[in-house]
Each structure stands twice: as C-alpha cells, then as structure tokens.
Write a protein that binds this ligand. Sequence first.
Ligand code: GTR
Length: 427
Amino acid sequence: MRLSLLFSLMLLIGEDWANAQQKTANYDESKIVPYTLPELLVTRDGKKITTADAWTNTRRPEVLALFKEHVFGRTPGNWGKVSLETRQVKKDALGGKATRKLIHISLPEHPSWAGMEVMIYIPNGLGHPAPCFVGPSFGGNHAVSTEPDVPLSTRWMRPSKDKGIVDNHATEASRGNESSRWPLEMIMDQGFAVATYYYGDIEPDHADGWKDGLRAALSKDGANTEWKNGEWGAIGAWAWGLSRIADYLETDSDIDAKKLAVIGHSRLGKTSLWAGAQDQRFGVVISNDSGEGGAAIMRRNIGETTAIITKAFPHWFTPTYATYSNNEAACPIDHHMLIALAAPRAIYIASAIEDQWADPKGEFLSGLHAEPVYALFGKKGYGVKEQPAIDTPVGDSIAYHVRTGKHDVTDYDWQQYLRFAKRQLGQ
Ligand code: GTR
C-alpha cells in the first residue's frame, strides 16, 4: 500500500513540477536573448535550396533526420503485420446523425502490446466518403463521447477526482469529460468524420509508462531497454498510433482517405505535428496550443523552456533533446523546421492568449519562418508579418489564430479548423 502510494506520488512529480514552473517562468519578451534560427534552405554542407524538388529530395530528408536524431527519435520499422479488426458498427449513433465504429488495432507479432481502440464517427447520409479528422485524446473514447454505450477504457490513467479516475482507471463518472474538446455534432454537421484513440493505449504517460506499452513491445530488450540517443520517445510512439489509424482509414470505403486532417492539443499537438511531419497521408496538420517541443520556437526561451520540458517529461523525447537545455543555440533545428516538414500540405497553428506558457508569439513565428519552404511550392503563408489581433484568423496554406481564453480546445478553434479543412481538402 505504502509502496503504491509512493509510486503514484512519483508519477505526479513530472506534471506537478511542470505546473509549478508555470508560476515562476519568464514571460517577459525583453528578456529574450537575441538568437539566430538555423537556416531552413541551406543544406548541412552549405548548399542553397532554391527549388521545390531540391527541398523534397535533399533538404526535407535532412531536416526530418535531424528531428529524429535530436528531438523525437527514430520510429523503428519492425512492427510487422498490423491487425485491423472492426468490433462494432452502430448506424444510429448521435441520435441517428452518425455511424460509430470501434476498431481494434494490434500487432500479432508483438502480442505484449495490448493494442489500441479506435473510435470513428462518420456522418450519415453524406452521399460520398467522408473526409476525416484524426487525433488522439487525453481521456479515452468514453471521455470524447457522451454516449453511454461507448466502452470505458480499461487502461492506466492519471489520477483525477474531477475526471472520475479512481485507482488509475476510468469509471462511469469519467464519461464525456473531454467532450467539450470534441464537438462531434458540429463536426458531423459540417460533413467530416472523426477518428480518435486514447494516447495511453500506446503507453501510459509517465516516465516509466513505456514499460507497459508499445515501445517495450517493439524493443528487443523489452522493459529493460536503456533508451539511447536517437531512439524514440513517447511522442514518437503516440504519433505512430495516428499513422496506424490512417492505415485503417485507407481500408474503410466510408472514408475518403485522401482527405485526412491530423489534429492534437498540447502534448498531443506536438504529437500531431510529428505525425504530420512523417506521414504525408495527412493533407492537413493542426497544432492546437502545442507550445514547447511543438510549434513554439525553442530559442526564445520564454514560458516553458527546453530545460523545463525535458526535466518534467523526459520520456516524451529522445534523450539527446535534453542536452539542449540552456544550450538551445547548439541544436541544429528549431521548430519552424517542424512546421516546414508539413509543406506543401496545409498547416494550422492555433494559440490561446492566456496560454503564455505555450508561447503564442513563438508559435506564430514558427509558421512565419516556415514560409520560404511553402513559397518554393508557390504556396502562401500567413499574408501578415506580425502576430494578428486576438480572434482574428489569418493565412492561406499556413494559417494561425490566437483566440481569447485559456489552454484548451474550444468550439471557436473547431470552427476555424472546419473552415480551413474544407478550403484545403475540398468537401
Ligand atoms: C504541460 C506541459 C506542456 C503541455 C501540457 C499539456 O504540463 O508543460 O508542454 O504539453 O502539459 O499537454 O497539457
């Protein structure tokens, strides 16, 4: 009993410590030490990139490799066969508005990973395959949906009285606790499907969580693995899950798998950016308040910093990333390069004005500094050079808004994403 209490307390140190840092962090622009961003359009051996082909064939692979080596780690390629099993199809979900499917994705060659439960809502009566948003949830399918017959997740969850998590597990009181972030009816009304999974299906989100998840299952040393520089962290594994959902969606004739938008909030926004960087099946990439390690420029060192995030959440990244704590200038990437990896596909970066921890201005700047890559493809970025006023979305192939309010996903955010996805994907 005592030991398990100690263990639970240890698990909280990362989150709690990060939360405490929010109060004392620097939020003063005038204290930013002048910095130079790494060149996007110059190769490591000094060649200038001036064409879309040279970006695609030379510089893009280089930048992608840099993010693997220095930030998120390499995704191993040894998972083998992927089993895609449809477990439930409910044609009259959401009062008849949608069909709900539950798909179990697992790896027959790696049975120690329990697999992932994907929940898909598809608007009824559309008359054509639906474009689809794909994103992970913090709380599980039963938290995204308010429908009482969605199975409760049985996986490890972070303790939370508010969310009805008891002994690290969801209860009936957990239903719908994330539904405000997933306005399913609004999304269905706009003719889009939604595919989602609980990120903890891949691995529990704490420093030792990988031992009970996909990373241990795919590693030859299992739970005894010592993660080396360049090997993947949790964000890489969560992003892998998004790509496996895309594998499934390509097999479902109710879905237009040529029209996929990957979306995530906060740590899961970092995840959606990394999924979008690696997997070009995602034609739209959406970062909602992704902040440090996501869209924010790391060299600004304002709000959450590399030092803070790699101390609080060492398991999210490849070990190398922590070596750039208070040493950002030595890092061969900055996060405008992560945005550029989406090019020429469409990307939306969103911030919230009360979320200074995530550095809204730094999130804006990463999109601005990615524009030269989009220009090579004849694509337009923001169309403005300064961060726009609150609640004033800007942009074309790279779009941005900073909305009123806190760190969250709101209907306002979704209204912009729906409009953007329609414009970019056609619908
Ligand atoms: C915070 C962390 C942020 C962000 C956030 C979240 O504690 O410092 O980087 O990821 O959690 O995911 O809600």
